[in-house]
Design a protein around this ligand. Structure first.
Ligand SMILES: C[S@@+](CC[C@H](N)C(=O)[O-])C[C@H]1O[C@@H](n2cnc3c(N)ncnc32)[C@H](O)[C@@H]1O
Length: 217
């Protein structure tokens, strides 16, 4: 549980989430021990709603890990749709592919293994939705490339933008997270707020999720 949403509210929201997906439930359960920094089911449900709302057929994700958020995104795609997800850790990428297979979405979800800084030059847009959940220090440096890859009216969704409240001056009594990453996220939030091609709102769900729509004019 995080610092932003009170535990009782998180439990209440979790109780309302009836996705009933055996593979996702299994991955979430196994991760209680492993503690990889995956989104939770409520953020997963938000991703699915957003992808469905924009009628996404092409989705890009930065930071696959073992494919948990990717399965949520891929489940929102119609037949023929495609999720392209980037992961620099080869072992995690292999696990993600296995999990996509288990979840029955491997026909619409692929993993590119490598550093997103280089790999982003090799993919071509437009994407309907981009989920940024990779290295926090790269959020701002990659922002303009991601906006260029997004179609007008498409969504850039970013996780961890409240960083357990550490980006909020005076919110936590003692910071525990890497201050370089905290500054990087604070800088990114400012960059989103003034970006001429984006309109952004932030949902204080779990660790903070920002939703930016690319202007059509
Ligand atoms: C927060 S985890 C992603 C969690 C995943 N989105 C989920 O919720 O299921 C971030 C992942 O980004 C990967 N990563 C970090 N820097 C990266 C980079 N430069 N390029 C590609 N992947 C990167 C890490 O190895 C890690 O697995």
């Amino acid at each position: 549980m995080g610092q932003i949403v009170p535990d009782a509210v998180e439990r209440y929201l979790a109780g309302l989430n009836r996705a009933g997906d055996a593979v996702l439930d299994d991955l979430a359960r196994a991760n209680q021990v492993r503690q990889l920094p995956l989104v939770d089911a409520e953020v997963g449900a938000l991703l699915r709603v957003l992808a469905t709302a924009v009628g996404a057929t092409r989705i890009l994700e930065i930071g696959t890990a073992i494919g948990y958020s990717g399965i949520w995104l891929a489940r929102a795609l119609p037949p023929g749709g495609m999720l392209v997800s980037m992961e620099m850790d080869a072992d995690r990428a292999r696990e993600a592919r296995e999990n996509f297979e288990r979840a029955g979405v491997s026909d619409r979800a692929s993993v590119i293994v490598g550093d997103a800084q280089r790999m982003l030059a090799k993919v071509s847009g437009p994407f309907d939705l981009i989920f940024q959940d990779g290295d926090k220090r790269l959020y701002t440096p990659l922002l303009d490339r991601l906006v260029a890859l997004l179609r007008p009216g498409g969504l850039l969704v970013t996780d961890n933008v409240l960083w357990d409240g550490e980006v909020v001056p005076g919110f936590v009594p003692a910071a525990v997270r890497d201050p370089v990453e905290t500054r990087a996220i604070a800088e990114y939030n400012e960059a989103l707020a003034i970006h001429p091609q984006l309109v952004t709102a932030t949902v204080p769900l779990r660790d903070g999720v920002s939703i930016s729509v690319k202007r059509t004019a």
